[in-house]
Design a protein around this ligand. Structure first.
Ligand code: V47
Ligand code: SF4
Length: 379
């Protein structure tokens, strides 16, 4: 073992399988597929976390990026309602609970009381069969007019491809029109797990891996940066997880357009998959949540930030994650629908002051960012 090892790493591995992986990390070498699988197989979470923390602190020091944001979900009507079996949020057009916001309703939602000025709107929703591209252009334009200085992160790759299909136009055209309306960045949803077999089970008929990658590649080429995600904790294997991360890493080598990676913990309530798996009421474990964040930091050596989504991971696990390779904390959110429909028991929102306290209490320094990760102020 590297003699500097024990000094550099707060927790030396107790799992012998981890030692060669740890040596590679300390030598600054890129991890391969087998290394990634070894990390997921190992139960030596503290050593994995210490490695990820080391890598994170080399990049970011003690800084943790935070944002005052608001989620807006304009519609839960979705044409994939029957085939995304992990989703509790979507409805058929006439189903009970289906809603579609008029533009005025969406603008009113953006006026919900907040404890600090919102810097970023995060807008995602269902694939509505009738909502046209012009609705989203007007939504983005209207929000920017009403909230000058606020940035817009909107529409997953799946929604972009859907709009291209109903407008009978290309992906580039949709992205260009949204950018002209004021779109700043794309969120990372819709990636789920890229494995064709997993997709056939949990999200049949959704954009396939290459199509998801293609939308993000095109966005990056047009100067629109984006986030990336992986939905874990359902039927995927460790190899599926690493193959997914490999695809993200390859695109990032090519374009450099990803801002942050967010592992998304599957919530099993009120959806068909949860019933099939017999998992209702049993979400992912804190152990697996921390492992996914730490492995993300170690494997995605070319993505600047790793984000914990406290809505799914809970504020408490998210705070601990700040010592497991994470430098990016989901924001104030204000009102959350997607995961609360699926059984998330976390609050709907966190006040900005609470986010600052969570970071400071973990011994890290909060840095308020905008949607492009430009630093606005620090404590
Ligand atoms: O793609 C749906 C996930 C995603 C469930 O870019 C579920 O900053 C768990 O895009 N259990 C959409 N997950 C959310 C999204 C997002 C979220 C946070 C941050 C960012 C970002 C993007 O929500 C979907 C899907 O993977 N999802 N249902 C569920 N039952
Ligand atoms: Fe629709 Fe997205 Fe839910 Fe799939 S995950 S049913 S695309 S809202």
């Amino acid at each position: 073992m590297n003699p500097a090892f024990a000094q550099e790493l707060a927790v030396a591995p107790t799992d012998p399988a981890l030692v060669p992986v740890a040596e590679k990390v300390l030598a600054g070498e890129r991890l391969n597929r087998q290394d990634g699988i070894t990390l997921f197989e190992s139960k030596d979470l503290l050593a994995i976390g210490a490695l990820a923390d080391l890598v994170n602190r080399q990049r970011n020091g003690d800084r943790v990026f935070i944002v005052a944001n608001q989620h807006i979900n304009p519609t839960n009507v979705c044409i994939l309602r029957a085939t995304c079996v992990f989703c509790s949020y979507a409805r058929r057009p006439k189903e009970e609970g289906a809603y579609t916001m008029s533009l005025e309703e969406a603008f009113a939602e953006a006026e919900l009381p907040k404890d600090s000025p919102v810097r970023e709107f995060h807008i995602v929703g269902g694939l509505h069969p009738k909502l046209r591209l012009s609705y989203y252009e007007e939504l983005i334009r209207g929000l920017k007019e009403r909230h000058p200085g606020v940035q817009i992160k909107a529409l997953t790759a799946v929604e972009i491809a859907h709009l291209a299909r109903i407008e009978k136009t290309g992906i580039d055209e949709v992205l260009e029109r949204l950018k002209a309306a004021g779109l700043d960045t794309l969120p990372g949803g819709g990636a789920e797990v890229f494995s064709a077999a997993v997709r056939a089970t949990i999200a049949d008929r959704k954009l396939v891996a290459d199509e998801w990658i293609d939308v993000h590649r095109r966005a990056h080429r047009l100067g629109i940066r984006s986030n990336c995600t992986m939905l874990y904790g359902h039927v995927e294997t460790y190899a599926d997880r690493i193959d997914h991360l490999l695809m993200l890493r390859e695109l990032q080598d090519e374009t450099g357009g990803f801002l942050t990676y967010i592992p998304l913990a599957y919530h099993p309530d009120n959806n068909e998959l949860g019933v099939r798996l017999g998992r209702t009421g049993t979400a992912t474990t804190g152990f697996d949540d921390l492992k996914n964040l730490a492995v993300g930091r170690l494997f995605l050596d070319n993505i600047a930030h790793i984000k914990t989504h406290w809505i799914m991971n809970t504020p408490k696990v998210s705070q601990i994650a700040l010592h497991f390779g994470v430098d990016d904390l989901e924001g104030t959110v204000v009102r959350e629908r997607v995961y609360h429909e699926a059984g998330a028991e976390t609050p709907q929102r966190l006040r900005f002051a609470e986010i600052v306290r969570i970071v400071k209490d973990a011994g890290r320094r909060p840095v308020e960012r905008d949607a492009h990760y430009r630093e606005l102020r620090e404590w």
